[in-house]
Design a protein around this ligand. Structure first.
Ligand SMILES: [Cu+2]
Length: 448
C-alpha cells in the first residue's frame, strides 16, 4: 500500500523533538527513513474503523461512565489509534427520568491537524504526518485535577498514563426566579453545571496538542483542541513580511501559519447509523418602508446528498434520527455548533467548514487519508461526489491563523479551537428541569 503525500515541502522542523524517541522505539529499519515514510508504516498498522468496531463491546478499562449534575449519566468506550490518538465510541447519555441511555455517537475523534506555513515552504498533516498518536504524553497527577489518569497501550511504545477522565465546573447550568410575576412561589431554581472531561496530550514535533472532549449535563458535547508547547525553532524565517518579531527589536520573526483542525463524527442516534441531515438558513428582511419591524424567515433544506458546507450568518446544520423520537413526538437530533474559525482557503479540504459524506469504512482522515488504497482520492472534499446520504459522516473543520506574539514564549499559552454538538429535541424538556416544573412542557403558564 502506497500513500500519496502529494508535494509536501518539509523543512528540518520535523526532524526534531519526538522523532528521536520514536526512532529509538521503531528501531533501525525506520531510523534512516524520512518522517513521511515513517507515517506510511504507521498507516499500515492502523486499522481505524475495524478498531472502532472491536471497541463496541468494551471492557471496564475502556469504559467511561460518569453521572454529572442533575443526574445525567454519560457513558462511552474509548480506544486508541496510532495516528489520531484517542477515539471515543458508543457515546450515550441518560438524563434522570429516562428509562435507558440515549445513544448519540458511534464514534468521535480527530481527523487531521493541517498546518500550512504562510510562505508556502512547509505544510504538515500533524495527525497522519507526525508522531502525534505515538507521542502520547504521560500526564502528571496535577494535570488531571480531581480525576483519574487511565493507562493507554500505545502501539510500538507501551503503556502511557495519558488519558485523563475528570469533571470541571462550567458555571450556571440554568436559572429561573419563579417569582410572583410568573405565578410562581418566589423560589429560585438554579443549578451549577459540572462537565465530564476526557482529554489527552499528544506531541507533534514542537507543538503539543491537548484534545479535550466535554460532556455536559444538558446533553451538549464539545471538543476543543488546545495548541501549546513551543513554536518551531526552524520556522523563524518570517522576514518576508509573513512573520512577527518575538525577539528583541526586529529579531526572531516567527513564521505565521495556520492550524486547521478536523474532526470526524459517526452519529448513531437512537442506536441507528441511518440519519438525515438538514441545513437551516434564516433570512432577515429590513422593515417595510411604511414602518413596522424587520422580519426573519427560516428555511429548512434537506441535505439528501453529500455536501461540503460553508458557514454563513444564521446558517446551521443538524443530524436527525430516523429511529427515534422524544416524548413530544419530535425526532431526535444534534445540531453542529462550530466555534470561531479562520478558514484557510488554500486546499480544497480546508475551504469548507463542514462536510457530510456517506459512510465508507476507509475514509478516516480529512486529508492525506492513508486507508483507501491506490487511485482513491485522499481528502474529504473529493469524497463529496454526489452519493445519497443514508449513513452520514459529519466532518468539522475549525481553523486558526497563528500570527505569533511575544507572549507565545515560553511555553506557549494554550490556544483553543473547537465546536459543540447540541441536542435538539433529544428529550421533551431540558434534562435538568426540576421536578416541580416538569409539568411546564409547552407554553409556560401565565402568572396571576
Ligand atoms: Cu501555531
Amino acid at each position: 500500500m502506497h500513500v500519496s503525500h502529494g508535494k509536501r515541502l518539509t523543512r528540518a522542523r520535523r526532524g526534531a523533538g519526538t522523532a528521536l524517541a520514536v526512532t529509538a522505539l521503531l528501531g533501525a529499519a525506520i531510523a534512516a527513513s524520512s518522517p513521511a515514510s515513517a507515517t506510511d508504516k504507521a498507516a499500515v498498522k492502523a486499522a481505524p474503523e475495524a478498531a472502532a468496531t472491536a471497541a463496541a463491546d468494551c471492557s471496564d478499562a475502556y469504559k467511561i461512565e460518569k453521572t454529572v449534575d442533575g443526574g445525567t449519566t454519560w457513558r462511552m468506550c474509548w480506544h486508541y489509534n496510532t495516528l489520531s490518538g484517542l477515539i471515543l465510541d458508543n457515546i450515550s447519555y441518560q438524563p434522570k427520568g429516562e428509562a435507558k441511555p440515549i445513544p448519540v455517537l458511534t464514534s468521535a475523534r480527530l481527523a487531521q491537524v493541517h498546518v500550512p506555513y504562510d510562505d508556502g515552504q512547509a505544510e504538515f498533516d500533524d495527525i497522519t504526518g507526525t508522531d502525534f498518536g505515538r507521542a502520547l504524553q504521560k500526564l502528571k497527577t496535577s494535570e488531571c485535577p480531581g480525576g483519574t489518569i487511565k493507562t493507554v497501550k500505545v502501539p510500538d511504545r507501551g503503556n502511557v498514563s495519558g488519558l485523563c477522565v475528570t469533571t470541571r465546573a462550567r458555571g450556571h447550568a440554568y436559572r429561573l426566579n419563579n417569582d410572583a410575576s410568573t405565578g410562581g412561589t418566589g423560589k429560585v431554581y438554579t443549578g451549577q453545571g459540572r462537565d465530564l472531561l476526557v482529554y489527552t496530550v499528544n506531541k507533534a514535533s514542537w507543538y503539543e496538542y491537548i484534545t479535550e472532549w466535554r460532556f455536559s449535563s444538558d446533553g451538549t458535547i464539545s471538543s476543543n483542541v488546545g495548541a501549546t508547547g513551543s513554536l518551531s525553532p526552524y520556522d523563524f524565517d518570517g522576514g518576508d513580511s509573513r512573520g512577527w518579531p518575538i525577539g528583541k527589536g526586529d529579531q526572531a520573526k516567527a513564521e505565521s501559519h495556520s492550524h486547521n483542525v478536523f474532526w470526524r463524527m459517526n452519529f448513531g442516534l437512537d442506536g441507528s447509523p441511518k440519519a438525515k441531515v438538514e441545513q437551516y438558513d434564516s433570512k432577515v428582511t429590513p422593515p417595510p418602508a411604511n414602518g413596522g419591524s424587520p422580519t426573519t424567515k427560516t428555511t429548512r433544506t434537506p441535505v439528501t446528498k453529500e455536501i461540503a458546507g460553508d458557514r454563513k450568518d444564521m446558517r446551521w446544520w443538524r443530524v436527525v434520527s430516523t429511529a427515534g423520537k422524544n416524548k413530544d413526538g419530535h425526532p431526535r437530533s444534534y445540531e453542529i455548533v462550530p466555534g470561531p474559525s479562520q478558514k484557510h482557503a488554500g486546499r480544497p479540504y480546508t475551504k469548507h467548514d463542514v462536510f457530510f459524506t456517506q459512510y465508507k469504512k476507509c475514509e478516516q482522515y480529512a486529508s492525506n487519508n492513508p486507508s483507501c488504497g491506490n487511485n482513491v482520492p485522499t481528502s474529504v472534499d473529493k469524497w463529496v461526489d454526489g452519493q445519497t446520504l443514508t449513513h452520514p459522516i459529519t466532518w468539522v473543520n475549525i481553523g486558526f491563523h497563528h500570527i505569533a506574539r511575544d507572549e507565545d514564549q515560553q511555553p506557549m499559552p494554550v490556544h483553543w479551537q473547537g465546536f459543540s454538538m447540541a441536542p435538539r429535541d433529544v428529550t421533551a424538556m431540558s434534562p435538568l428541569t426540576p421536578s416541580d416544573l416538569a409539568a411546564q412542557n409547552g407554553k409556560p403558564p401565565l402568572g396571576g
